[in-house]
Design a protein around this ligand. Structure first.
Ligand SMILES: NC(=O)c1ccc[n+]([C@@H]2O[C@H](COP(=O)([O-])OP(=O)(O)OC[C@H]3O[C@@H](n4cnc5c(N)ncnc54)[C@H](O)[C@@H]3O)[C@@H](O)[C@H]2O)c1
Length: 316
């Protein structure tokens, strides 16, 4: 029987590189499942799968239990916050990701969201379509302080791009030394200082607890713009919706929302906040280059495991 590989990532093999054919040429039987990973719909596909090229939906202990033949979870992307790594470790099941494959794509999308929020691009577009040519005064990036939270692959690229606009850049990352941050032309600060000093904050850290909570939002600069291309779970969306409603924050631009996997509708989607929010459908990594690179990295990991080799980029 050919080994079955389950794919639940929506963009797998949709770029220039035909990674699907690489797997088929290696004798793989490919099956596709829903990106939201709801167990009732995935169960029968998981039951025979040897490897899983997985999207951003949750991967729980129950998913792993439903897949007795599974030998690899290859996360197609960087974040592994949605994977129960401990449950995988108990089964001796390697979990890999594709570090760096989408950093440029996500950094560029971050700059797009940041500028769209600052220059009120979507608001202006809606205005013009309804015959309203009214304008609001804004600022230039060279006058602003930008706080980067998480100075990893993506955060660094965003900082580098923003330095070209002449912004003052401050950053918080407990795992990067002050010396390294200063060498990158960035001032190291605490998370509290990011709130107090930034005009714009951009999040680039793994998602786990809501760092952006009521208390942190209270410390923020009046009129702050928050950009989130990392994870919705980093933000207390109710507290943020309130801060936007009170105009304590001026805008939120995000590529991620709590409701993206079909959960309850996010309070940030309220119509009354439409002029202060911009959302994109978790598409920051959806460039041809990133899709090719994530697809090749995940495919290489699957082929390694099928050959009996250790895959690269194991995270657990
Ligand atoms: N929107 C998308 O499509 C998309 C695509 C790729 C990655 N992402 C998300 O972007 C984030 C960053 O990705 P990356 O490739 O730069 O990852 P990375 O691992 O290279 O960098 C993450 C950085 O966050 C830092 N960090 C960890 N905890 C922190 C904390 N409490 N405060 C501040 N910094 C902290 C780490 O030290 C690390 O330097 C990830 O959460 C990932 O899920 C989103």
């Amino acid at each position: 029987m050919p080994p079955t590989v389950l794919v639940t990532s929506r963009s797998f093999s949709s770029g220039d590189v035909d990674v699907r054919s690489q797997l088929i040429a290696a004798g793989v039987h490919l099956v596709t499942g829903p990106t939201h990973h709801r167990l009732p719909e995935l169960q029968h596909l998981l039951s025979g799968a040897v490897a899983w090229i997985a999207g951003t939906g949750p991967i729980t202990a129950s998913h792993i239990d439903a897949a007795p033949s599974l030998r690899l979870i290859a996360r197609y992307g960087v974040g592994v916050d949605s994977v129960d790594l401990e449950a995988a470790r108990r089964r001796n099941l390697p979990v890999t990701n594709t570090p760096g494959a989408n950093s440029a794509a996500v950094a560029e999308h971050t700059i797009a969201l940041l500028l769209a929020a600052l220059r009120m691009v979507t608001l202006g577009d809606r205005g013009v379509r309804s015959g309203d040519w009214g304008v609001s005064r804004t600022r230039e990036l060279r006058s602003l302080t930008i706080g980067i939270v998480g100075f990893g692959r993506i955060g660094r690229r965003v900082a580098r791009a923003l330095s070209g606009f002449g912004s003052t850049i401050i950053a918080h990352d407990p795992l990067v030394s002050g010396a390294e941050l200063r060498e990158a032309g960035v001032q190291p600060v605490s998370f509290g200082e990011v709130a107090a000093r930034s005009d714009i904050v951009s999040l680039h850290l793994p998602g786990n607890e809501p760092l952006v909570d009521r208390a942190w939002l209270r410390e923020c600069h009046q009129g702050l713009i928050l950009v989130n291309t990392a994870r919705a779970s980093l933000v207390d969306e109710s507290a943020l919706a309130l801060a936007l409603a009170e105009r304590h924050l001026s805008a939120y631009a995000a590529d991620t929302l709590s409701s993206e996997n079909g959960d309850e509708r996010s309070p940030l989607l309220a119509e009354s906040l439409q002029d202060r929010t911009i959302f994109t459908p978790h598409c920051a990594a959806q460039t041809i280059e990133a899709v090719d690179s994530m697809g090749q990295s995940a495919t290489t990991a699957v082929l390694a495991v099928l050959r009996g080799d250790e895959p690269a980029n194991v995270v657990n």
